[in-house]
Structures are given as C-alpha cells and as structure tokens.
Design a protein around this ligand. Structure first.
Ligand code: ZN
Length: 213
C-alpha cells in the first residue's frame, strides 16, 4: 500500500527519536498488524490492497527507522472484522499513557489522513495536549487535498504543530540539563544557525584586543 514520499519521513522521525530519547521521553511505535483476511483488504470488500499482514516482511518497520530497543510497540487492527486507524483503537495505549502520567503527545508517521489523523483526534479526545510533527507525516491523497483537509481538521480540533526546526524551543521537551551536549545535538538546523551567530562577533573583539595588546 504505497504512501507517496513515505520514505522522506524516516530521517526526520529518526531525528525526533533522538530528540525525545535525549529528553527521556517515552517513545511509542504504532503499527498495523493485520490478519491475512482483514476487513480493510479489497478481497474482503475493503478499500486497501493487502498490507501489514502480521509476521510478514510488509508489516515490519522500515529498516532505516532507528527504533530504540526500549520503544513500546503498539500493534493495532488485529481483529479480522474491525478496522482501526487510530493507535488508541483497541489497544492499551491510552491506559499506558495515563498510568505513566503523560500529558503531551507528539505524533508523526503515516498516513496523514488515516492513521495519523485518527490517532491525533483520539489523543485530543482523551485530553492529551497533542502536537502534530508536521514534517514527519505524509498523506496518500486519494483526492488531491485529503492530507491537507486532515491537517486542517486536526488543527481545528486543537492539535498543535511542530517541525524539527522548532526544537528544542518552544516545545519545552523536558531538558536533561546540559544544553550544549543534550537536546542541542546536531542535526538541528536552527541550532547550527545559533552557534554560528554566537561565534561571529567573537572575531572582531579578539582582533581589537590583539591590537591593544
Ligand atoms: Zn491497515
């Protein structure tokens, strides 16, 4: 089941994984884990070609996605007769998050107008502050503007938006205390800019001191 440009979210998600890992935030990876006769498949009258059939190659996370070993994997849509786009649908995700005292979720992945949208809307419904990782999603766009409509809907329902360049400010990911070595790690474009900006004025001051000396 192809999602156009889906591979482009992988390096971005890897950067987010790094950021949240450094911040000691919990990371969850949701996945379709369908039985071979799932209701969403065309042979069963559904809209989709067979995809993400449990225990097959097609159900695996992309090999380039760097999923840490302590990530919680949330499998969904495992019942033959029930579709479940949302990561909360028929899973323990809500219970786990509430038990752990989570208040804020950052969501990225595929596809924007199906699993991402339904997960985000459920999260908002459960009163989590929910932030859409805008550069880490891609849509299928059966109709050309499906993904855009989904984004509009998520935002109008209260979702926030963030991109890599927003980190670490102003998202307030819990800091690990050492700005130079932790959240500020490469490859965050904005941080590179800040470092360069800080270095620029040093040159002239140094020269002035040398001339005086
Ligand atoms: Zn599916």
């Amino acid at each position: 089941m192809p999602v156009p440009e889906a591979d482009q979210v992988i390096p971005v998600l890897n950067d987010y994984i790094k950021i949240f890992k450094k911040a000691n935030a919990r990371i969850f990876a949701t996945r379709d884990w369908h039985p071979p006769n799932h209701i969403s498949f065309k042979a069963q009258g559904g809209p989709w070609p067979p995809h993400c059939i449990r225990d097959t190659e097609g159900a695996k996370f992309h090999p380039s996605l760097k999923i840490p070993s302590d990530v919680a994997i949330v499998s969904k849509a495992m019942e033959p007769h029930k579709e479940a786009y949302s990561g909360f649908d028929g899973t323990e995700l809500a219970n786990t998050l509430q038990k752990e005292g989570a208040t804020r979720l950052f969501v990225g992945g595929l596809a924007t107008e199906y699993c991402v949208k339904n997960t985000v809307l459920d999260a908002l419904g459960l009163s989590f502050k929910t932030i859409l990782l805008f550069d880490a999603i891609r849509g299928i766009n059966k109709e050309y503007d499906d993904a855009k409509k989904a984004i509009d809907q998520m935002i109008s329902c209260g979702a926030g938006q963030a991109s890599l360049s927003d980190f670490p400010y102003p998202i307030e990911v819990p800091s690990t205390g050492d700005p130079d070595n932790e959240l500020y790690e490469k490859p965050l474009a904005k941080i590179e800019t800040r470092k360069k900006a800080r270095m620029r004025p040093r040159g002239p001051y140094k020269r002035i001191r040398t001339e005086r000396g």
